[in-house]
Design a protein around this ligand. Structure first.
Ligand SMILES: Cc1cc2nc3c(=O)[nH]c(=O)nc-3n(C[C@H](O)[C@H](O)[C@H](O)COP(=O)(O)OP(=O)(O)OC[C@H]3O[C@@H](n4cnc5c(N)ncnc54)[C@H](O)[C@@H]3O)c2cc1C
Length: 394
């Protein structure tokens, strides 16, 4: 009989590992006893939608997919308590049934809520990331005990304990009216200003093959939900991929896009005042020197926050994201775009790809020593670190 070696690969297929063991606990007690029973290194996997090798370990890999579901909703207080492994897609219906929803969501909803908050996953519009919505956490520590942490510990890349439950700020359930349209790059700025003045959330994708931008805007509405239209995913780099029929739906059903075709991605949060200049430079770079990068560039606004590891800490930003097929030669183009983003004071998304070295990355975070100290206190033996995180936080 063949001996099956445990293995794990992320969604994009660019990060993988061979853990000594993969455990799928079905209760918090099982998480506690599993952790207490070993002194091995360990990492937790969410939905594997990070491009950076955050989850990789040769020790114990915990998959909390079974620690899922909404525990309780206090609509009056605006707080929902949810289990860590719950996919964002599984939060929508039960929260809506309780009359609430998330104030914002990212481009897809397949992530585990704990994975999404751990890396500061964000959506479009002047909102904070999902990590800024965390009011409290229940985590399991390396000795198997359960502790309560405040919301500031949410954005910690899985280094401050195994999150088992999250208290999330929620808002009254709402519907959105989605509109998409395209325009020439030269007209994008005027469209951006107009969308900013009228929409609740707005963003656009610049398509290098066509030098056009496809805008997406959401406005809050009391209009009834539109009839469902079957979704399909058009080819990367095409205008059609981002154009959708105009529609109204509940927020949790309208935010997520279909992203079946695998890709890799880099993203920088740029101080808002420099964002257009950086986009102009990235566009020239891709057209003149890196025509092999044919996938869309995404341009989204995000509010500043006070979280130590947040790329948006202390300032409002615009995020600029480059995408490519995993098999494409994306490395030189991504690295060149990063240099432009860094020159403008940008910081990379922790869940996405980066070429910037560890030392320079650490220097972008004035409060990184606070995180290092908190990590040492929670996990003196460094069991929650891996090869990617140790040089930064060990
Ligand atoms: C198709 C696609 C679309 C995306 N869209 C967006 C977007 O719109 N906006 C955006 O900001 N990002 C986006 N991302 C990035 C993605 O949201 C983040 O990388 C996110 O962290 C992935 O969540 P996950 O559940 O897959 O976590 P994983 O990638 O599995 O893990 C991420 C981190 O969370 C930790 N973690 C997971 N569960 C726990 C737990 N229970 N306790 C402690 N730590 C834990 C892991 O150890 C790891 O450090 C996208 C990625 C893809 C592939």
């Amino acid at each position: 009989m063949l001996h099956q070696v445990p293995s794990w690969t992320n969604w994009a297929g660019n990060a993988s590992c061979a853990p000594a063991r993969i455990a799928r606990p079905r209760s918090v007690d099982e998480v506690c006893t599993g952790i207490a029973a070993t002194d091995a290194a360990m990492r937790v996997a969410g939905a594997g939608h990070s491009f950076a090798p955050l989850v990789a370990t040769d020790g114990l890999l915990l998959d909390l997919a079974e620690i899922a579901g909404v525990v309780r909703v206090d609509a009056a207080a605006g707080v929902a308590t949810v289990r860590a492994g719950t996919r964002i897609s599984a939060l929508g219906a039960p929260l809506r049934a309780a009359g609430v929803g998330l104030a914002n969501q990212g481009d897809v909803d397949v992530q585990a809520i704990a994975g999404a908050i751990a890396t500061g996953t964000h959506g479009a519009g002047g909102f904070g990331s999902l990590a800024t919505m965390v009011r409290g956490l229940r985590v399991v520590l390396p000795d198997g005990s359960v502790a309560h942490q405040d919301g500031a510990a949410a954005f910690a890349l899985g280094m401050l304990g195994v999150i088992v439950e999250v208290d999330l700020a929620v808002v009254p359930a709402y519907r959105l009216h989605e509109r998409t349209w395209h325009c020439a790059y030269a007209d994008a700025r005027a469209h951006w200003d107009e969308a900013a003045a009228t929409a609740r959330n707005h963003e656009f994708f610049w398509l290098p093959l066509h030098d056009r931008c496809v805008f997406k805007s959401f406005t809050a509405t009391d209009a009834p939900v539109s009839a469902a239209v079957a979704g399909r995913e058009a080819a990367p780099g095409t205008v059609e991929r981002y154009l959708k029929p105009e529609r109204v739906d509940w927020s949790d059903r309208i935010y997520p896009s279909l992203r079946d075709e695998r890709f890799v991605e880099m993203e920088y949060a740029i101080p808002a005042e420099s964002a257009w200049e950086v986009l102009d430079d990235v566009r020239s770079l891709m057209r003149d020197r890196h025509p092999e990068l044919t996938w869309a560039v995404e341009f989204r606004q995000q509010a500043g926050d006070g979280l130590a590891l947040s790329p948006t800490a202390g300032r409002d930003v615009v995020t600029i994201s480059l995408h490519a097929a995993p098999a494409d030669a994306w490395q030189p183009g991504f690295a060149a775009a990063e240099r432009l983003c860094r020159a403008a004071g940008g910081r990379p998304h922790w869940g996405k790809l980066r070429a910037i070295g560890d030392e320079e990355l650490a220097s972008l975070y004035p409060r990184i020593d606070e995180v290092r100290a908190a990590r040492r206190l929670v996990d003196p033996a460094g069991r929650f670190l891996n090869a990617y995180l140790r040089p930064l936080f060990g």
